[in-house]
Write a protein that binds this ligand. Structure first.
Ligand SMILES: [Zn+2]
Length: 272
């Protein structure tokens, strides 16, 4: 599932869309639409609007259209793509924006979990997902990070995955962050000392930074909007590496389930 680094790379590579004028919107999966939920209504309303800017918060990408916003969450298997001219969309392309110069933006989503919000900026902001979103993982400060975590009880990994605590963290970032900080994913947050949280914060920033420098991870469906692949998977220390040796200690990496999610740890570096 695309996380913050993948969303960031997507945002950067969508920059060629800035200043383009939209001529149409089409969709064969209206269940993925939020705020305005009718393809016809969106198509009628969006025509002639210009892309003023593109931003990202957590895993969501926003195209600023002035009086309107269109936002995309790639979720499990989604991928935003600027297709080469004159290619035909496959059956997995469920949402299409076309521009006056003939170019397009496709939302490719084989599992159809992706979400598209379209509406006035204030309407989109009021949506439950956006209303509760925490500070973005790249922007969050140490004091905000600690305060958000200390508002809660329970195991640290599920908390890191909550988008209302820190926006953008997913399973890969969480496992890599906890390994780097030498914290067991089942540690309860109230047992973590100030120094542990400082270490956790620095580890999260490092993992996000490395993820972005490696241009995200292409494990299954996700790729860049121009079709290129990310390389972050080559740098992962524990995620998906069950049975391989921990790079810090000669201990095999173990897979376990924490809060319903597959989790990889080094049981020597990360003690409960
Ligand atoms: Zn280790």
């Amino acid at each position: 599932m695309p996380e913050l680094p993948e969303a960031e790379i997507t945002k950067r590579k969508l920059a060629p869309l800035i200043k383009k004028t939209i001529v149409s919107f089409s969709c064969d999966w209206p269940r993925g639409l939020r705020v305005v939920r009718s393809t016809r209504d969106i198509n009628r309303d969006i025509r002639g609007r210009r892309v003023r800017g593109i931003r990202r918060h957590g895993k969501v990408i926003f195209l600023d259209l002035g009086e309107r916003i269109i936002a995309f969450h790639q979720r499990m298997s989604g991928r935003l793509e600027i297709p080469p001219r004159s290619t035909k969309p496959t059956k997995h392309v469920h949402h299409i924006l076309t521009f006056s110069d003939g170019s397009a933006l496709w939302f490719h989503d084989p599992r159809k979990f992706g979400v598209v919000w379209y509406g006035k900026p204030e309407e989109v902001k009021k949506e439950p997902y956006h209303r509760t979103l925490g500070s973005d993982g790249l922007a969050i400060t140490l004091s905000d990070f600690k305060a958000r975590l200390r508002e809660h009880r329970g195991m640290i990994k599920p908390l890191l995955l909550r988008q209302d605590v820190v926006a953008g963290i997913g399973n890969i970032t969480a496992d890599e962050t906890l390994w780097e900080a030498r914290i067991h994913p089942k540690r309860h947050v109230h047992t973590l000392k100030d120094a542990d949280l400082n270490r956790l914060f620095r580890a999260m920033k490092n993992v996000l930074d490395l993820g972005i420098r490696a241009e995200g991870s292409t494990l299954r469906d996700w790729a860049h909007p121009d079709g290129e692949s990310g390389k972050f998977q080559e740098y992962l220390k524990v995620y998906g590496r069950g049975g391989e040796k921990c790079p810090r200690s000669p201990t095999p990496i173990k897979r376990m389930v924490v809060g319903g999610r597959g989790t990889w740890i080094c049981s020597k570096c990360q003690r409960l």
